[in-house]
Design a protein around this ligand. Structure first.
Ligand SMILES: Cc1cc2nc3c(=O)[nH]c(=O)nc-3n(C[C@H](O)[C@H](O)[C@H](O)COP(=O)(O)OP(=O)(O)OC[C@H]3O[C@@H](n4cnc5c(N)ncnc54)[C@H](O)[C@@H]3O)c2cc1C
Length: 382
């Protein structure tokens, strides 16, 4: 591919967030966009994630983003002309204490007030949704039927191909080494293949976003946190038709369309590093959770385990918007929910950059909130 040394906009990072942002920018008329990716498409967190999609959140902002993203996911096959592997088996949230049940119930009331049809259900209803579920020690169950999961590779490539048809270029294996700033405004980027001048630069570098921000002299309090995940051999369909999740139980479990089960949990000690290593301790702990909760999985073999990074912020909420450097934007800090929020995040940032009114006012996600001590604490996270 010919090298592009200038563009209307440069996006750093070709994970789901960068690629969806490129697509929506092009759709809104900024067609000469260059994506700069140091590895390959999906080589960051996107290709390593559980790809769950849900609207069951505890803060109004996340509920609004979650349901708007679901609306987009549901018509994405048609819009992008390619299947994204969407599976809407619902998310079944499990509470293990009365306090957690109350928190989830309050979240449900908030969700209902915003048009999200989540509901509290009984153990026997939970067993109809997830046959064989062994959760007698649980205190409550909450379900939203439109939640689910999609294929992160198919979704990202569907966005990329559609973006390319609109004129977007992607330079893979190209590392951004600098962000050029002059007179308080961004002017482009430096890469290991050469400079690219552009009046707009967007930082979508995921767990490396803090480094990219620093290149422009902007301080971002993000950090990388390693999370492990595994996939089993395929088993009969219907072992876990929904996404099963508990915040205090610390697990998420889903079954892929071909039968394999994907599951993960937050790590002990929350290791802060860029290492994608794995451990036998995770397999042991995860297997115990799986066998207890879904006894039908006993004896299933683990096919593969891997890890990836959450791009964390102090309140586990994203950072979206312009920085103190004019026309240098962030769309980062998605913690464990960037796959599901990427469609709406890309869309609203593109609407803002092109001078339109974003579908959702995201000013509260400005990174300066941390300096002001205005954290948006969300309880519904693993
Ligand atoms: C184990 C695990 C499970 C998860 N489960 C879910 C889930 O169920 N649902 C959900 O919504 N989210 C989930 N997530 C979170 C989700 O994966 C992320 O929030 C999302 O993928 C973030 O997308 P991104 O595009 O911001 O980052 P990434 O996909 O990491 O993309 C950033 C890209 O920037 C590139 N880059 C970095 N530095 C440079 C540079 N200097 N120059 C050029 N390119 C650069 C990287 O190579 C990378 O490809 C999970 C994450 C993990 C690790």
């Amino acid at each position: 591919m010919d090298w592009k040394s200038s563009a209307e906009a440069v996006i750093i990072g070709a994970g789901i967030v960068g690629v969806s942002t490129a697509y929506y920018l092009a759709k809104h008329g900024v067609k000469d966009v260059v994506l700069v990716e140091k590895g390959t498409i999906c080589s960051g967190s996107t290709g390593r994630c559980g790809a769950g999609i849900r609207a069951q959140w505890g803060t109004e902002m996340n509920c609004r983003l979650g349901i708007a993203a679901l609306d987009i996911f549901e018509q994405l096959d048609d819009e992008l002309g390619m299947s994204i592997g969407l599976n809407q088996g619902g998310y079944l949230l499990v509470a293990y204490t009365d306090e957690e049940k109350e928190t989830l119930r309050k979240g449900m009331l908030l969700q209902n007030s915003l048009g999200i049809q989540s509901r509290q259900i009984t153990l026997s209803e939970a067993r109809e949704i997830c046959p064989g579920l062994a959760a007698e020690d649980a205190t409550g169950f909450f379900f939203h039927a439109r939640d689910g999961h999609a294929d992160p590779f198919l979704t990202t490539f569907a966005y990329l191909e559609a973006a390319k048809r609109l004129g977007v270029t992607c330079h893979r294996n190209t590392t951004c080494t600098g962000v050029t700033v002059r007179d308080g405004a961004v002017r482009g980027v430096e890469t290991d293949k050469g400079p690219i001048s552009a009046p707009i630069v967007i930082n979508c570098a995921g767990a490396y976003s803090q480094d990219i921000a620093a290149m422009a002299g902007v301080e971002l309090p993000n950090w990388a946190e390693r999370h492990e995940i595994l996939i089993t051999e395929p088993v009969a369909a219907g072992v876990c038709p929904c996404m099963l999740m508990s915040f205090s139980g610390n697990y998420y479990i889903q079954q892929r369309p071909h039968g394999s089960i994907i599951c993960g949990m937050s790590p002990d000690g929350r290791p802060e590093d860029h290492d994608n290593g794995t451990s036998w301790q995770f397999v042991e702990k995860m297997s115990r959770v799986l066998a207890k909760l879904l006894p039908r999985t006993r004896g299933i073999r683990v096919a593969r385990q891997w890890s990836g990074q959450y791009d964390m912020t102090p309140d586990a909420q994203p950072v979206i918007g312009e920085t103190d450097v004019k026309n240098f934007y962030h769309s980062t800090g998605y913690s464990g929910h960037g796959f599901m929020l990427a469609p709406v995040a890309g869309k609203i940032l593109a609407q803002h950059i092109t001078g339109g009114k974003p579908d959702i006012d995201f000013t509260m996600l400005d990174y300066r909130r941390f300096a002001r001590g205005e954290h948006i604490m969300e309880s519904n996270v693993v």
